[in-house]
Design a protein around this ligand. Structure first.
Ligand SMILES: Cc1cc2nc3c(=O)[nH]c(=O)nc-3n(C[C@H](O)[C@H](O)[C@H](O)COP(=O)(O)O)c2cc1C
Length: 250
């Protein structure tokens, strides 16, 4: 069985959709192909991948309570392609949004359900994830934790000859457990959907979120967005990003 995973975030790097898609891949068996949908230039390549696939998984951000416009354009072409080639894939959807409530993805889910019925596909259901931006940050924090552990181990080995600094490992374990806890809802529902994808069965529509209380989320989100705005849209996408448009007035 072949499953095509489509990352529909328009961002080039560090997108939450890619994170959730990679988790979903872990829980799905058979042949797996991952595609990136950003511009119309991607359409033909992705449609060709769908020709011999049995399932397709869209992972995308919620934009203004709906589907990003570049995805809508692709769905129009996909509908015609599936009808022309008599394709009846099973379609699954992972939607993530910036606000904390995953249930805000419900209108987007309905759009994919209606699309499936219109294009003659089997609607397989999906997972709506709240706090997508923050969950995406947890994976970056995990990498930072691993880097810190390595540095501490090297320093301890160099200074005392001890390759197993106990305190550093305990601190790493605590941080990793906390980050894992934040992601538990997502891991549970994606694992569950992976089981359905393997059987091409209906997974239902499930909603989850980062597992922290809303008042903590609001506090951290406020701090996060103040920092992001200071960095003009993020450290990587802001200050460090290559500027595509040259200053014309210089
Ligand atoms: C144009 C635009 C519209 C958005 N609309 C919503 C929205 O209606 N509700 C919401 O909770 N988040 C909204 N967001 C936030 C995104 O859904 C959120 O940042 C998501 O995690 C991005 O996923 P990605 O990193 O995979 O692109 C919007 C973001 C953008 C850029």
């Amino acid at each position: 069985m072949k499953t095509v995973f489509i990352n529909c975030s328009p961002k080039k790097r560090f997108c939450a959709s890619a994170y959730f898609l990679s988790l979903q891949r872990l829980f799905t068996g058979g042949k797996k192909v991952t595609e990136k949908l950003r511009t119309p230039a991607d359409h033909a390549r992705i449609l060709e991948q769908l020709r011999d696939a049995q399932a397709v998984v869209f992972s995308l951000p919620l934009y203004v309570d709906g589907v990003p416009s570049h995805v809508l354009r692709f769905l129009e072409e996909m509908e015609a392609f599936c009808k022309r080639n008599d394709l009846h894939l099973s379609l699954y959807c992972i939607a993530n949004n910036g606000f904390i409530e995953g249930r805000q993805n419900e209108p987007l889910m309905q759009i994919f359900e209606n699309f499936s019925s219109r294009a003659g596909l089997n609607w397989g259901g999906g997972v709506g994830i709240g706090g997508g931006v923050m969950l995406n940050v947890t994976r970056i924090l995990f990498v930072v934790d691993i880097a810190l552990l390595l540095v501490n181990t090297m320093l301890s080995a160099a200074n005392t000859g001890n390759f197993f600094p106990r305190d550093a490992w305990i601190s790493f374990g605590e941080n990793a457990a906390l980050l894992l806890y934040f992601n538990l809802g997502v891991l549970f529902y994606l694992a569950r959907m992976g089981f359905s994808i393997r059987r091409r069965a209906f997974a239902g529509k499930k909603y989850t979120r980062i597992l922290i209380p809303s008042f903590v989320f609001i506090l951290f989100a406020d701090i996060f967005f103040v920092l992001i705005s200071l960095f003009e849209g993020g450290l990587f996408r802001g200050w460090l990003a290559k500027k595509e448009i040259e200053e014309q007035d210089a």
